[in-house]
Design a protein around this ligand. Sequence first.
Ligand SMILES: *Cc1c(COP(=O)(O)O)cnc(C)c1O
Length: 376
Amino acid sequence: MTERIFRYLREQQPETPCLVIDLDMVEHNFRRMRELLPAAHIFYAMKANPAAPILTRLAGLGSRFDTASRGEIEIAMATGVSADRISFGNTIKKERDIAWAYQQGVRLFAFDSEAELQKLARVAPGARVFCRVLVDCGGAEWPLSRKFGCSPEMAKDLLRKAKAQGLDAYGVSFHVGSQQTDLEQWDKALGQISQMFFALVEEGVDVRMVNLGGGFPAQYRAEVRGIEAYCEAVTRALVRHFGNRMPEVIIEPGRSMVGDAGVLQTEVVLISRKSANDRKRWVYLDVGKFGGLAETMDESIKYRLRTPRDGTRTGPVIVAGPTCDSADILYEKTDYRLPLSLKVGDRIDILSTGAYTTTYSSVAFNGFQPLKSVCI
Ligand SMILES: *Cc1c(COP(=O)(O)O)cnc(C)c1O
């Protein structure tokens, strides 16, 4: 389906670096997810790519939106999304931003601590709140562990308190880590929360929702299972731990909605060696860590590269960005190989770059402009 993107790139030859997003593919990804998990409410995690045409397309399909800040809520509302379709899903919010969102009509909030609960009780009376539980993120290529969530025991206590303070203790959430490659992680996480969930119900705290977060994959270098296998694993885990007492289910896909729908075209600026008999060439592109490829940090996300000379003999390379910061190396330890005939000026396509790129690009470090993107 990215053929549309390649045709656009051939015909338009946009100034690089440039990210091109295929909106039909975003739509396809959304429809597929809804088909595979028909009972779940889909809240698109906006931070993956908040481009207005993406939000408009998803909103038209009935998507809801997971937001992290006043800024994201404003962007969603500016594209016509009503407040009742927005979740303020960050567990770290300023009280005045909670109050503002509540005034706009947002009624769904995340928290994972006593202090955040107090803010919600003060300025968002009666709102639906869900407590994020800390689960371990083994298998994730971009873990979201440690920083968010609390133990299931603490979550139980906090949800009790939420009810006592006039909030609607709606349920619990977790995130198994982004680009999760281990399909058993949802089962593990649900196993960790189901006990406390039912314990609360029995006490009369009306928890009735489980938010499964994101974690669904995009296609990088390593082969991953299809989205069908993921949704099957999630469904199996829900049935196993909740049986015929199925809660309302929310999912918050970001990466899997937009990742594969984007291609970032870049130009080779320089090819060099550090000494005459250096085995590895250095290939410098016009985009790097500061131009949107921040997820190459620790070489975590390994993008697929496509060159016009593919199919010819290759040699090992170190791939780096154009800025004057030596942290701006994309791949040095990972075995990347590019054609020996590669030339300065060649255009390289970086595949599956629709998620977590434009928003990660710096304002203009070294005078390099933020990553441009077009939606087609
Ligand atoms: C980032 C994030 C997501 C999206 O995760 P993906 O792995 O990109 O799908 C979902 N929920 C929350 C709370 C997040 O912070």
